[in-house]
Design a binder for this molecule. Sequence first.
Ligand code: HDE
Length: 682
Amino acid sequence: MAEKNNADGNRKDEQLEQFRAEDAGKKLTTNQGLKVSEDEFSLKAGERGPTLMEDFHFREKMTHFDHERIPERIVHARGFAAHGEFELYESLKDFTKADFLQDTSKKTPTFVRFSTVAGSRGSAETVRDARGFATKFYTDEGNYDLVGNNIPVFFIQDAIKFPDLVHALKPEPHNEMPQAASAHDTFWDFVANNQESAHMVMWAMSDRAIPRSFRMMEGFGVHTFRLVNDEGKAHFVKFHWKPVLGTHSLVWDEAQKISGKDPDFHRRDLWESIDKGDYPEYELGLQLIAEEDEFKFDFDILDPTKLWPEEDVPVKIVGKMTLNRNVDNVFAETEQVAFHPGHVVPGIDFSNDPLLQGRLFSYTDTQLSRLGGPNFHELPINRPVCPFHNNQRDGISRQTINKGQVSYHKNSLAANTPAPASEEEGGYVHYQEKVEGRKVRSRSESFKDHFSQATLFWNSMSEPEKQHLKDAFSFELGKVKNKSVQQQVVDMFENVSLELAAAFAEAIDATPPKGLGSNVEKSSPALSQLNTVKKPNTRKVGVIVGQNVDGEATVVLNTLKEEGIKTELISDKLGKRETSDGTEHEVMHTFLTASSVLFDAIYLVGDRDVSSKFKQDALYFVKEAFSHYKPIGGTHEGLTWLKEAELLDNPGVVSGDNMKQFAKDFTEAISAHRHWDRQVNL
Ligand code: HDE
């Protein structure tokens, strides 16, 4: 392995290679390496007799199987991960001494695990929830973990409330329902009685909580951290990941249907994209505030329910992470990876955010039971790529064989080694912030404004996004059974927006809000997804064809491909289709195996020579996609069907006879993601 990370190769990959095993083509053995001669029949006393205790092979196989499962994560149980690399655009020497943020010629290996929060390990992926976005940087100075979410704020201000929040959010204990959903009484009861949650609830009810793809999600470190340079000067910092493809979401009806049609929708999307070489990319952004400016804002920068509006504190883009390798084994890597916000490197430090402070305890603690003891740092995925030495010893499943007589500090027998490193030698020295105070269980006055930024978020939304918020609140509270809880939530959110609270109060038949609403007028355009990057790349188009396909359709498919758009053919039967120009296409899906909700757009080519059932199925696809505001394209017979169904002349519905022009217009419609100004009226 190279001594340091550099632009060539990936040191983490090289390290993992030592642990990879290729079983194909080998003889079957026991764990002791003994070749076995038979693996289908246990050892019995006679062909119809009892199994013998002596059958060590059977016992070993069954015992291992009996213990295959480990406890799932308390939260973020459902996750999926990939390997990648981080490269820096410009040296951050002025702000931090972190080695991996100095040199633009260095590539730092990374491992990212995306997750939902509430659901169990086997739950559906497109549920309404925050998404975890946890990144491990394998730096030359040790592992640095940026354990973030796709929402920049959190429900609570103090870690001591986390168990309460999670108990309220998870399925209710008496009947273990509902799975992976916040739409139930205890969650909303928690919200109404812990009003610091208002801002994050707005995000959780917005489109952010139903991402189109892990590849199209922002990531946020949430807390305020500190960057410290080699002169000891500190800046407060917030970390951002900005997806190169932009931030895009599903619509709620679609998300719920995907939960049934493909509960693995997000992992499949990530896996397939990496597999095809469409590597997801995220730019790293920093918001920086000089220490002396700590009190210049109308919120407390230590409060994790507050964001720093990008218009006030610009996001400085400093580097890019590319996810370019799928895991070899989900359990060994994705399941056993152990993140911890306390895994830092020199030059990155903490703030006094009380949520962050509590997290610094929780993560190692939880791994002790989840990964079965204190040696989980030795698991291949968790090992740093630099050496590690200390006097910690033993414990369950210890891998390292520490040599020598001495396992204590200080000592003379080993010349007092391993020895602490000075700051110059790379030793981590905590930022010497002056701290003084009485021991109190209370919260600063500056943490007590729970609504202004919730309103800021509301004000920043476009009309369709506002409508989605009204619908989401109406859905969630419509599922709440307790009338008092429903009313408490209406009364709470009138402090955020009268319009919002009135809309869902009406939907759930609660007493309308009587208050004055909020007087916050500020907005932050960066918060609206309507202002995000729009690109056609990697969008997936379902192309509906019959048995006979006009050769001209090939022109369209080729042009879309040139734009980076993926096309997959759908018909009533699988098999090859030869177009009239002699090109061969493979039908990948049937109306039974696919669904419109699994595609970004539908292109209806159709065929004159089909049954009425075919036409009905095809139009069901198209109409459903239409109702989700997706781009629809129609040429040939498809154009006629769209006309008959009265879908033409709608925003995002593209048709035409000139194939080149059609492909161009359709690409544009696909880039727009969704066409909200469509009057859905089917
Ligand atoms: Fe976590 N969180 N968390 N969290 N969190 C866990 O650690 C916790 C919080 C986040 O893919 C657990 O290894 C407390 C905020 C992610 O493996 C646990 C508090 C943010 C992941 C834990 C928070 C996060 C976790 C469960 C309140 C965004 C998944 C299993 C103070 C910045 C990491 C585990 C992965 C996982 C505790 C709040 C992000 C129990 C006490 C805020 C992405 O330790």
